[in-house]
Each structure stands twice: as C-alpha cells, then as structure tokens.
Design a protein around this ligand. Structure first.
Ligand SMILES: NC(=O)c1ccc[n+]([C@@H]2O[C@H](COP(=O)([O-])OP(=O)(O)OC[C@H]3O[C@@H](n4cnc5c(N)ncnc54)[C@H](O)[C@@H]3O)[C@@H](O)[C@H]2O)c1
Length: 328
C-alpha cells in the first residue's frame, strides 16, 4: 500500500504550505494534518505562546521545516499557500504585551499579505469570533458587524484582528489576491496551553489537580466549544474552496453550553473532587457566544462532528499525560 504522503505527491497535489504560528495549539495540528496530506510544510513561529514541544514529533519528518521568526518582520520564501495563524489567542497572553499583540495582527498581516502578493500564494487569515465583540445579535452571522470596545483591555486583540480582516479585503480588492478569512470560535483540544486562562484548559487542569474550579460571574454566560480536529478540517476546506469563497466564514460548533454546564461536565468526566468557586466577571466579557455556521455548511459542506463529551475526554487524557510528565 502506498503511504498517504506518497500518494499526494504522486498525484502532483503536493504544495509548499507555510503555517505561521505553527508551534501553537491550532497551528501544530494544522501542520500535522497538512503533512498527512502529503504537503511540504514550513512552520514559522517566534515561540511566544507556542512551543517546539508541540511540533517535536514532526521535526524529523522529511517534508517539515521549522523557522523561528517573528511575523512582525518581513519574510521572503517561495510558497503556494499561507495559513496566517500567528497571534497569542488567550487574554492572559495577548494582554501581556498589548502593543506587540496589535503589531502581530496588523504588521503580521501586512507582511504575510505582501509575501502572498509577491509569490501569488493563496492566503488564509485565522480571524476570530472576537471581531463580533459583545454581540447584540445571537447567534452571530458573518453579516453582523459586531460591537467592539476600541479602547478596552481586549481591544489589542479584537481591533487587531478586525484591522487584519480589513487588510485582507483591501489586498483582495486592490491586488486581486486569493484570500480566505475564517472567523474561528472557541476551539479546544490537546496541546492547548495549560496556564493560559482559557476556560476549557483552566477547568480541566483545576479538576485534575482537585483544585477549586473558578467560574466568572454566575456561570450563566454561554460559549460554544469546537473540537480541534473539526476546526482543522474547516480551515483546510476553506483554503481548498473556490476562489470566490473568500469569507469571512464562521467556523465553530453551534452547540451552546453555559459555563456552569461545562464545569459540571469536566468534574464528572475527570471524577474530580473539585468545588466550584465564583469570581467577578472580567471587563468586556461577552455574555453569549454561538456561531451561525449556515454559510460554512452551504459553501464548504462543513460542520463539526465531535461532541463535547468525546472532545473533552481526549483533551482530559492529554492534560493527564502533561501533568504526569511535569510531576516526574
Ligand atoms: N483557539 C481558539 O479558540 C481560537 C479562536 C479564535 C481565533 N483563534 C486564532 O487562531 C490562531 C491560533 O490560535 P491558538 O489557539 O493556536 O493560539 P496559540 O497561542 O497556541 O498559537 C499562536 C502561535 O502564534 C505564535 N506567535 C505569536 N506571536 C507571533 C509572532 N509575532 N510571530 C510569530 N509567531 C507568533 C505563538 O508563539 C504561537 O505558537 C490565532 O491567530 C488566534 O487568534 C484561535
């Protein structure tokens, strides 16, 4: 039997694909999947929030290269496609150096769009549901323009991502670039950062350590949780869609849960003795978040298939291994 990677090459489907932010949570899964499909993958990352540990298993792969580089500086390489994933994604990380966060989104987009223009590569932007801010429309369709505070502590991320979308669309209109904009909603899974304050990793780590589970407010705010494998299929599907399909397109899981429901599920699945404790809601914390994925369903024939219990079990298994390694 011909291995998957060889099959791709024999059919001349192999492409040179750059993944910025490739050492991160989503980026590392994307690199892995693209290699499985037989492509040459160039992972570009400055290892700010991502780590080489996430790509350790890929480093000896003959079609994989890692380049340590900060996307706020230009980079010139021959590639066919660019997935622009580089950007710290959790509030703890993006608020650590907010000016650098805006630079990563805005200068990073300019540099990657410049490269795509030069080598005529297709380019996909990892945008976010945060472009909708604290929405008055629920669930959020792509046509909704959002309600974002331009001067708050989350603005470096939200407005940075909004500006990156603007740049993508201006490069499309002005330079006829082949762009794709994905608005990613909460995604979780193995290789999430254990201490980045994101709700799924937070709850799991707290539960596994039998520490109190911290719920902000009364836990009645809702979120939707997409398992990483589903999201990666959506991103690749978007990249491979027709040139007209530029987005923005929501990618996420529309199943909606309150934060309290998530806390109960995590306690149950880990068999933890943790109790729930309540803390004040952070500034500009959205009350509701749920994607309208009608467009992705219609244009990409994509929808998530992994349910919350199944995804949580895989994620819990990952964090169990990680904590064991740390305690060794
Ligand atoms: N995970 C989610 O739920 C989610 C939701 C919406 C959008 N996104 C977007 O998806 C992308 C990936 O998110 P993630 O969850 O994997 O986060 P992550 O923090 O794990 O990954 C981001 C990666 O980008 C790298 N990076 C940061 N600044 C950089 C710079 N200046 N130059 C080069 N590399 C840099 C980091 O080191 C890291 O490896 C981000 O753009 C994020 O905004 C993620």
């Amino acid at each position: 039997m011909i291995p998957q990677a060889e099959k791709g090459k024999q059919m001349h489907l192999s492409k040179r694909i750059m993944v910025t932010g490739g050492c991160g949570f989503l980026g590392s899964h994307l690199c892995e999947r693209l290699l499985e499909q037989g492509h040459d993958v160039l992972c570009v990352d400055n290892c700010f929030t991502g780590t080489k540990r996430n790509i350790r298993h890929l480093l000896n792969h003959p079609d994989f290269e890692f380049i340590r580089h900060d996307v706020t500086f230009p980079l010139y390489l021959e590639v066919d496609e660019i997935y622009n994933m580089a950007c710290p994604a959790s509030p703890i990380h993006y608020q650590f150096d907010p000016v650098q966060t805006t630079k990563t989104s805005v200068h990073g987009a300019i540099n990657m769009l410049g490269l795509a223009k030069r080598v005529r590569a297709r380019i996909l932007q990892a945008s976010t549901s945060e472009v909708y801010g604290d929405p008055e429309v629920h669930p959020q369709p792509e046509s909704y323009w959002g309600r974002v505070n331009p001067i708050g502590i989350r603005s470096c991320y939200d407005e940075g991502k909004r500006c990156a979308e603007t740049l993508f669309f201006d490069y499309y209109r002005q330079h006829r670039l082949k762009i794709k904009v994905a608005r990613i909603f909460n995604t979780y899974g193995p290789r999430m950062h254990p201490n980045d304050g994101r709700v799924v990793s937070n709850f799991i780590v707290q539960a596994l350590k039998n520490e109190p589970i911290t719920v902000f407010g009364q836990g009645q705010q809702t979120r939707s949780f997409c398992y990483v494998d589903d999201l990666i299929e959506g991103l690749i599907g978007l990249m491979n869609s027709s040139d007209e399909m530029i987005g923005p397109v929501n990618l996420g899981n529309p199943a909606e849960f309150t934060i309290m429901e998530l806390a109960r599920k995590v306690i149950e699945l880990t068999g933890s003795a943790s109790e729930v404790i309540y803390k004040p809601l952070p500034q500009d914390d959205p009350r509701q978040r749920k994607p309208d994925i009608a467009l992705a369903r219609k244009e990409l024939q994509w929808q998530p298939v992994v349910g919350l219990d199944e995804g949580l079990k895989k994620t819990i298994a990952y964090f169990e291994r990680l904590l064991e390694e740390e305690n060794r």
